[in-house]
Design a protein around this ligand. Structure first.
Ligand code: PYC
Length: 310
């Protein structure tokens, strides 16, 4: 007879991008703040990360969220995000998924909720229609007009910016920002990332290709390649934060003005910012949907219990 560890999770998607929200059965990371808890997760329980998001239970595109008790009694939860290859500082679409999951479970109601993450505390406002507005960590452009020599492509110029994760943002002119070009967009973004990491920016693990909006009312469209070579189906909350930090620096978006960021599926997030010295504090609004209420089983005798790792 099999004896398996049981993990309770709520599956969601936000603008097309999935998040698996682990509610019960996760590793015991002690009474540590989110930053230290992430260190312990990474060094002692990385197999759990892989078991939850990688095949055969998950897929390369799946983002996981481990929900824990917060350190600060004024917070509603503490969350660590992870993916097919590692961990994320913050995750915008994922946080909207977490809020949807907590609402679904009856653990939170409409209003404001503070959530602790390894890169800082964010605030989520749950609206009556179940959409969510996140007030993200302060975001900023670290370097403008960085030129990278990309093998097989030539010189690519873009900005390096922080939005809760590190991004390289560059316009794309020769490949349409359409889902049918996802293979070409992925190859291009991956080549840029490899070149960038070797040419002075090892911290950048997300590449954001951008161009004009394609929907009425849109401000711009993006294609975001995540660290494990999966592309973001959503407009990417942290990527949108990095984008508006760059727009603010360029004087292309004023404080309080709305930027409607489309992703590669044509779904969108609404975004604004307020100034904080040389940084911006972005707000991102989007909506998630519940797709499953799952008990995952982890049987140590299963040769792929801990996922198929890259
Ligand atoms: O929405 O911030 C985001 C995100 C990061 C990676 C995938 N989605």
């Amino acid at each position: 007879m099999q004896t398996a560890k049981r993990i309770e999770a709520i599956d969601t998607h936000t603008a097309g991008e999935p998040t698996r929200v682990v509610i019960r059965g996760g590793p015991d990371l002690g009474q540590l703040n989110a930053t230290l808890a992430l260190d312990r997760f990474r060094s002692h329980h990385d197999g759990f990360r892989s078991a939850i998001v990688n095949e055969p239970r998950g897929s390369d595109v799946m983002v996981g969220a481990l929900v824990r008790h917060p350190i600060d009694p004024g917070s509603s939860a503490s969350v660590i995000f992870f993916n097919n290859v590692g961990y994320l500082g913050m995750c915008g679409h994922g946080m909207i998924g977490v809020i949807a999951a907590l609402e679904f479970l009856g653990r939170i109601s409409q209003g404001f909720h503070h959530i602790e993450t390894p890169v800082g505390r964010i605030t989520a406002q749950l609206h009556p229609d179940s959409s969510v507005t996140l007030t993200n960590v302060p975001s900023y452009r670290k370097a403008a007009d960085v030129v990278v020599e990309v093998p097989g492509v030539g010189q690519v110029c873009g900005d390096v910016a922080w939005g809760g994760n590190w991004f390289f943002l560059t316009p794309i002119h020769d490949i349409p920002l359409k889902i049918s070009y996802v293979d070409e967009l992925t190859s291009r973004a991956w080549a840029i990332r490899k070149a960038l990491n070797m040419q002075g920016f090892p911290e950048v693990d997300h590449v954001e290709l951008f161009g004009p909006a394609q929907n009425r009312g849109g401000s711009g469209r993006n294609f975001v390649l995540c660290p494990g070579r999966a592309y973001d189906r959503s407009p990417c909350g942290t990527g949108t934060s990095a984008k508006i930090a760059c727009l603010a620096e360029n004087g292309e978006l004023g404080e309080g003005e709305t930027w409607t960021q489309e992703g590669i599926l044509g779904t969108s997030f609404q975004s604004r910012y307020r100034k904080l010295g040389h940084q911006v504090v972005p707000t991102i609004t989007g909506r998630a949907w519940i797709t499953g209420e799952t008990t995952l089983l982890l049987d140590d005798n299963d040769p792929f219990c801990w996922g198929i790792r890259q």
